[in-house]
Design a protein around this ligand. Structure first.
Ligand code: COA
Length: 332
């Protein structure tokens, strides 16, 4: 059946905690230097959520979205929350955010796809809109990465930060606008090099798992880097080709913010100059499910992303999960 609607982004919102952890702070807690961090990752500082959990950050981002878009919280039909740092295994963080943000008529659930979480949730949310049965869907990415980071491990602690960001999806009859296409992938073999080993059904929490520090992020950075550079660039080029686009057609590449070198390599493969790549990794580090909507929100509010702009969103993360989306911006 021919599609009647696309899902348009009609609102954005974000929350970044005030507390800043800069590279100089990390020089005092692990054997590292500002020069190493900035040259290997592009990160200068990241945020720390001192009081509150992922749902608190998510609810603040959703409230910002509702306020700035003039949306009544009771009109939201569905909320999909992308996170790998849920407040608890259950209830879902989406339930907690809906409660805290007053989404009285919404149902919702969590979606776990690590750094690709926002793209996976965006594609899912768009399908509800395209069905014609849903009028207002919120997709929120929220991650309190500080809750699973080992601050004695210099390989990982410098990379991650806390933040949340959200978009509102509504139907548009203009099929040249909104979310046009997505290509998403998973490969469970990648679980060996990027994971949090304990706390789930495979290895429930015990004194031993705590002693062995198995409740923190484990990453073989070099192994992940190699696959991420190729995976993110390949899928971004695939989405261009599937939609008969070249790099010249793209107003902004909106990449997941894990490492500036991965972002640069992706932009180069797509033929997009760095002036047309959204970058805020220097301020926030890797906030997992929040990076892409944070970029969308900041660049839109700065007047850089404009109505009609053709955007390519791209991500790579734990799972492995990866993907790219072609989105035409709908907000004035
Ligand atoms: N400060 C100083 N030295 C550090 C360090 C730090 N914070 N972290 C690691 N090092 C050291 C390593 O111990 C290693 O030393 P060795 O050669 O004596 O063993 C050396 O720096 C080089 O490590 P390497 O892993 O090769 O660095 P890198 O250039 O690959 O950069 C990452 C490390 C983590 C920044 C990079 O691998 C990366 O970004 N990986 C992918 C992240 C990603 O995309 N994840 C998916 C989404 S979460």
């Amino acid at each position: 059946m021919a599609k009647k609607f696309n899902a348009a982004v009609t609102g954005v919102g974000m929350f970044a905690p005030e507390k800043i952890l800069d590279n100089e702070y990390f020089e005092t807690i692990v054997d590292t230097s500002h020069e190493w961090i900035i040259s290997r990752t592009g990160i200068k500082e990241r945020r720390l959520m001192e009081n509150g959990a992922s749902s608190d950050m998510g609810a603040k981002a959703v409230k910002d979205l509702l306020k700035t878009s003039g949306t009544n919280p009771e009109d939201i039909d569905l909320i999909i929350c992308a996170t790998v740092t849920p407040d608890m295994f259950f209830p879902a963080t989406a339930c907690l955010i809906a409660h805290k943000a007053g989404l009285k008529n919404a149902w919702g659930y969590d979606l776990s796809a690590a750094c690709s979480g926002f793209l996976f949730a965006l594609e899912t949310g768009a399908k509800f809109i395209e069905s014609g049965s849903y009028k207002k869907v919120i997709v929120v990415g929220t991650d309190k990465m500080s809750s699973i980071v080992d601050y004695t491990d210099r390989n990982t602690c410098i990379l991650f930060g806390d933040a949340a960001s959200a978009v509102l999806l509504e139907p548009t009859e203009d099929l040249n606008s909104g979310l046009i296409d997505s290509k998403l992938y998973v490969d469970g073999k990648g679980s060996e090099v990027l994971n949090m080993k304990a706390g789930g059904s495979a290895l429930p929490a015990s004194h031993e798992t705590i002693d062995k520090k198995l409740h923190y992020i484990y990453q073989d950075g070099k192994a992940v880097f190699k696959v991420a550079v190729k995976g993110m660039a390949d899928v971004a080029v695939e989405i261009l080709e599937r939609n008969n686009l070249t790099g010249d057609d793209v107003a902004w590449l909106v990449p997941h913010q894990a490492n500036l070198r991965i972002i640069d390599a992706t932009a180069q493969r797509m033929g997009i100059p760095s002036e047309r790549v959204t970058i805020n990794i220097q301020k926030y580090g890797n906030t997992t499910a929040a990076t892409i909507p944070l970029c969308l929100t900041e660049y839109y509010r700065d007047g850089k992303i404009k109505k009609g702009d053709k955007l390519v969103l791209a991500a790579f993360g734990g799972g492995f999960t990866w993907g790219a989306s072609y989105l035409v911006w709908s907000l004035d």
